[in-house]
Design a protein around this ligand. Structure first.
Ligand code: TRP
Length: 454
């Protein structure tokens, strides 16, 4: 079945792509990674890699979608044909579909926990110990399953309604809500928390913590946060109105995404530092265990601020999750061909199975180790983020740099200067594939074979 749907206007692409980019990666991931990896140094490296590698590869992925049309696999085949390249480039599209499912297969589980925490924090913590709550919540396979199913039902509902009625119209509500909530949270943090401690934690220069691993973390985080590497941006580029400029639109999305990551740090850490017994280095549990303890300490007002914070996370997660599964839905829909609703059902069903595996990593199979990966949840996350996405990003970068660049019409894509265009192609050919492959190899050696160089 052909779906000739497009975004209604230029704003729709910006909203949807920002909705995709701003997600758990920004609010759940960025703050704790910045804290763990040397504060200001990590933040600066992150921004450096976002500009040097993230933005160029982001634009490359959007360009493939805009020129290739259709789902990621067909878009790769079409653009390969147009450039007389081998059709094997379609592997990049298939890798993308696979990444969709694997990312979706753990992302929804964390998002489910977020919704659960929204309700928990609304009911107040009086007389309860938030640390105990966390351990009880994650220990129940059934309860975690219930929450991720709820989240996937919401995602499926939007996806089934299609590009315009589903994604576009939900983003019109979700994005303003998200920006309102994050500003509110930063404001509250500044009013009630310790903003100067937060600023120094996030931005002070801890050079002694610098290592190759810091760089690896910064690059991985930049690509994940910008939604690069698995066809989301190809699909969104395909829906882009013809006259919309790729470099301009991409720069706006990248700036918005980076700003939200920084704001998330400024929303979270002031409250953490308001209570000296809270540990800012709580890693993945920061937004759950640590933040809920902070809300409990705030007393009655915490019962109000807590749910707003988890609503912010849930909104960010939902708009990203929609974009995570969109390429697969589009692919199934065109491949079968079938209706959008049926395609959505198929994709959600596969995602549910993968989510069940992830959930088991928190409880029933929490001691099931693979290499240095602690449990099935870590395994899913590793396959998606460290293995598939980086490969996808490399493929996209190399393909546009070496092949697609030959037929790109600067004007049509929206480049104003020939020099910028040449710099873009240079980065796509030489710089980003090299960086991505180096961190891919190092990461895999370390995670699977325990071989560590730095
Ligand atoms: N960028 C989102 C976040 O920060 C997650 C995400 C959505 C994503 N779509 C993606 C990551 C595509 C990689 C590829 O949470």
């Amino acid at each position: 079945m052909q779906s000739n749907t497009r975004w209604n206007n230029n704003l729709a692409f910006l909203l949807a792509a920002t909705g995709s980019a701003v997600g758990l990666g920004n609010i759940w991931g960025f703050p704790y990674k910045a804290g763990e990896n040397g504060g200001g140094l990590f933040v600066l490296l992150y921004i450096f890699f976002v500009i040097l590698l993230g933005l160029p590869v982001f634009m490359a992925e959007v360009a493939i979608g805009k020129i290739g049309k259709k789902d990621p696999v067909s878009a790769m085949i079409n653009t390969a044909e147009k450039t007389n390249s081998t059709k094997n480039w379609r592997v990049v599209g298939y890798l993308g579909i696979l990444s969709n499912l694997f990312i979706g297969g753990y992302y929804a589980v964390i998002a489910g926990l977020v919704i659960n925490y929204g309700f928990i924090s609304a009911s107040g913590f009086i007389g309860k110990d938030p640390t105990v709550i966390y351990d009880t919540e994650i220990s129940s396979f059934l309860e975690m399953t219930f929450w991720f199913l709820l989240f996937l039902a919401l995602t499926g509902f939007v996806l089934a309604r299609g590009i315009e009625k589903g994604i576009e119209s939900s983003m019109r509500i979700l994005m303003p809500t998200l920006f309102f909530l994050i500003i509110l949270m930063v404001g509250y943090g500044a009013y009630r928390g310790d903003m100067s401690a937060a600023l120094s934690y996030l931005f002070s220069w801890k050079a002694e913590q610098f290592s190759a691993a810091t760089m690896q973390a910064a690059i991985g985080q930049a690509f994940f946060s910008l939604s690069i590497g698995m066809g989301t941006l190809m699909a969104f580029g395909y829906y882009m109105p013809k006259e919309q400029k790729v470099p301009g639109a991409s720069s706006i999305v990248v700036t918005a995404d980076t700003s939200v990551a920084l704001l998330a740090g400024l929303a979270i850490f002031p409250l953490v530092f308001a209570f000296p017994f809270l540990d800012p280095n709580a890693g993945t549990e920061l937004v759950f265990k640590t933040m809920s303890t902070a809300f409990a300490e705030l007393g009655a007002i915490g019962q109000f601020v807590g749910p707003l914070f988890y609503l912010l996370l849930a909104v960010a997660a939902l708009s990203s999750m929609i974009s995570i599964l969109e390429p697969s839905v589009l692919w199934v829909q065109e491949r079968m061909p079938t209706t959008r609703t049926r395609a959505t059902f198929i994709v959600i069903a596969i995602c549910i199975i993968l989510c069940l595996i992830s959930v088991s990593g928190f409880n029933v199979l929490k001691d099931f180790k693979v290499g240095s990966l602690e449990n099935p949840f870590e395994m899913m996350k590793y396959i998606a983020d460290d293995f598939l996405l980086l490969l996808g990003g490399t493929g996209i970068s190399a393909f546009v740099g070496w092949r697609l660049s030959k037929i790109i019409d600067l004007e049509k894509l929206g480049f104003k200067s020939k020099l910028l265009f040449s710099a873009w192609i240079f980065i796509l050919r030489w710089v980003s594939p090299l960086f991505l492959m180096v961190i891919w190899v190092l990461g895999n050696l370390e995670r699977i074979f325990f071989i560590k160089f730095f």
